[in-house]
Ligand binder design. Sequence first.
Ligand SMILES: *[C@@H]1O[C@H](CO)[C@@H](O)[C@H](O)[C@H]1NC(C)=O
Ligand SMILES: *[C@@H]1O[C@H](CO)[C@@H](O)[C@H](O)[C@H]1NC(C)=O
Ligand SMILES: *[C@@H]1O[C@H](CO)[C@@H](O)[C@H](O)[C@H]1NC(C)=O
Length: 487
Amino acid sequence: MPVTFALLLLLGQATADPCYDPQGRPQFCLPPVTQLAAVAASCPQACALSPGNHLGETCNGSLTLALGGSFLLTSVSLRFCTPGPPALILSAAWASGGPWRLLWHRPAWPGALGGPERVTFHSTPDPKATVVASHLRVEFGGQAGLAAAGLRGRCQCHGHAARCAARARPPRCHCRHHTTGPGCESCRPSHRDWPWRPATPRHPHPCLPCSCNQHARRCRFNSELFRLSGGRSGGVCERCRHHTAGRHCHYCQPGFWRDPSQPMSSRRACRACQCHPIGATGGTCNQTSGQCTCKLGVTGLTCNRCGPGYQQSRSPRMPCQRIPEATTTLATTPGAYSSDPQCQNYCNMSDTRVYMSLRRYCQQDYVLRAQVLASEAAGPAWRRLAVRVQAVYKQRAQLVRRGDQDAWVPRADLACGCLRLQPGTDYLLLGSVVGGPDPTRLILDRHGLALPWRPRWARPLRRLQQEERAGGCRGVRAPTSSPRPEH
Ligand SMILES: *[C@@H]1O[C@H](CO)[C@@H](O)[C@H](O)[C@H]1NC(C)=O
Ligand SMILES: *[C@@H]1O[C@H](CO)[C@@H](O)[C@H](O)[C@H]1NC(C)=O
Ligand SMILES: *[C@@H]1O[C@H](CO)[C@@H](O)[C@H](O)[C@H]1NC(C)=O
């Protein structure tokens, strides 16, 4: 049992991440200090003389070490072949070629013979005074030869890693806090909502994720947007997928619309518009409703049908065209009624125009196109007309057939000019529902109309006839007929 327990404890320690506290919050972390470089030389060394120097004179030595990457130096140890040089200068550069920063300047040790054989330089524990170095230079005076140099330190991970491959070139930090790069010197592509910053013991400065509604894996940091947001957010999502667009992939691309039944983070949040290639003016639709922009007279979400008052045509430019008005002006009749006082208010013609609406059509007893062939007196009150019925646009209860037949007109209605009929002329005849002496007779009187026929009336009348057959006259009541006094 104790063995198992110990093993678990070890595993637990191995999985703990020093870059996060037990609650999972990011915290400052450092990789361990390791041996970074070691140089050894054989002693004694001949002092390299520069030209102009004479034997017996002191000569100055210099050694530059390239560390192969950026490190935080913690200590430098030097060992000399003989008692050390009377003076020693250590400088470090964070990049190749300098600038060199003086680390340690040891002036002459007291005593003529020189300094100690071993010296070790330690960096201060203050993290602000850390020495970041990729190159180290050792300069020393005197004749002492350098036997060995050893450097210790840690990878420069900017407080974002606790592990490091220090021997890799360049050394590679095991970056945490959503940072990346050999030294964790930038934010991962998905976490660029804030600018990258090094961690400090007080502020871990982790990189923060961009909000892309799960439609983008990458974003870039925009400092201007960050400033405008008051330091809250500066990430701009890149390459939004699933037909989304916008800084946060938060709306749909043109040609797609937002399906309200799906959350914005869904892969199906944006649906294609499906605008009809002929009915719509283009492929884009309203982003919230999916409504395509329809051509005139076209309707439907995808613009796939004709709206009310429009019918399909063969023109791709105008796929729906207006149905001609159901109201048709049939004629202008001169208001030339007889001036006989007996005829005052006798004819039922208030206007010189007749508007034929479906309602008016339904109110007629019959609507015919007929030619008047001849006319003769039929008793004191009536005239009989010989007519040839060419078309029946509205049928009455007592059927009217096409062809030659008789029609009766009250003589008074003709005398007052309510109806003017010329033999040999085609007329549109509108019959009133007011009854006559014999229901089988075709009666034409002042309550109806006789208008000289115009061929352009045929189509609107046919349409009214179709509407009647489709039940268009249901609910339109004919004026109640009052029995006509016998003449
Ligand atoms: C040797 O180094 C010392 C101090 O670094 C300097 O003052 C001196 O001039 C140098 N001598 C030569 C010959 O370079
Ligand atoms: C899109 O449709 C919505 C709701 O149907 C409407 O409020 C909005 O004005 C429309 N947008 C455009 C640009 O037509
Ligand atoms: C004239 O005709 C209309 C319907 O067409 C009817 O309502 C009205 O009563 C008629 N007037 C006369 C005087 O017949």
